[in-house]
Design a protein around this ligand. Structure first.
Ligand code: HEC
Length: 216
């Protein structure tokens, strides 16, 4: 027991000692954490160590989270603007695919492990954080319920001009959730290459097609 405790405390102790008098700053803790992660992960298959590199938004939001101090307005806007620029709109102009395929993608948490290949199709893992269709009774609640997503927003025909704003917002949200909420906890499924365009069109249909069980 004693040994485990001292091992866990080692990185923190190292910072305190090297800093001599002052308490570790968030930057010190981040550095120690990054080193710990680097030392405990091994690259294997497609799961390479570059996954440990934080982009600017990840780094800024991690500090905000750790210190309990939200980002200032300027940084929030900078992250949201930069994230918005990453959104790739559908190359075939189609926002809505097949909701039945979308349901399978939302259900699946498969992908991105070392046993997958660079061309394996990943799942969206959406039920892990959201209620979506009523038929699925096992879901996480980190994100809001998406049951009746299109219906509640008055989308009766996603292809019509009336539904355009919601349809575009939903696409952008799926592509890069940080475009609308700088420190969103939702995975950036388009931007990070987790889902491809066709899969996003299918998940869009699950949320927005009036024929989808989500909107019944
Ligand atoms: C790790 C948890 C997590 C996963 C996985 C996740 N989301 Fe989210 N999602 C959230 C959170 C938290 C929010 C609310 C905060 C925000 O808007 O960023 C959210 C917000 C949303 C919104 C906006 C809702 C609104 O009313 O504006 C949509 C749409 C959405 N998610 C769809 C999806 C879909 C589809 C998937 C699967 C491809 C998915 N999410 C996967 C956590 C998650």
């Amino acid at each position: 027991m004693k040994k485990i405790h001292s091992l866990v405390l080692l990185p923190v102790a190292a910072i305190v000692l090297s800093g001599c008098t002052s308490a570790p700053t968030p930057a010190d803790v981040n550095k120690a954490t990054a080193e710990m992660l680097k030392n405990s992960f091994q690259a294997r298959g497609i799961a390479t160590l570059d996954r440990l590199n934080q982009d600017q938004a990840n780094a800024e939001c991690a500090v905000a989270d750790a210190t309990g101090k939200p980002l200032d307005a300027k940084m929030t806007k900078a992250i949201e603007d930069a994230s918005m620029k990453t959104v790739k709109w559908p190359t075939d102009g189609k926002f809505i695919g097949d909701w039945k395929e979308g349901e399978k993608i939302a259900q699946s948490g498969r992908g991105l492990t070392w046993t997958d290949t660079a061309t394996s199709e990943n799942g969206g893992n959406c039920y892990n954080c959201h209620q979506i269709s009523k038929e699925e009774i096992s879901f996480g609640t980190l994100g809001p319920s998406l049951y009746n997503y299109g219906k509640l927003r008055g989308v009766t025909d996603p292809a019509s001009a009336g539904g355009k704003a919601i349809v575009e917002y939903t696409w952008g949200k799926l592509w890069n959730a940080r475009a609308y909420n700088a420190c969103s906890q939702m995975p950036r499924v388009g931007h990070m290459g987790i889902l491809n365009q066709k899969q996003i069109q299918d998940v869009m249909a699950l949320l927005l097609d009036p024929a989808s069980p989500v909107n019944k």
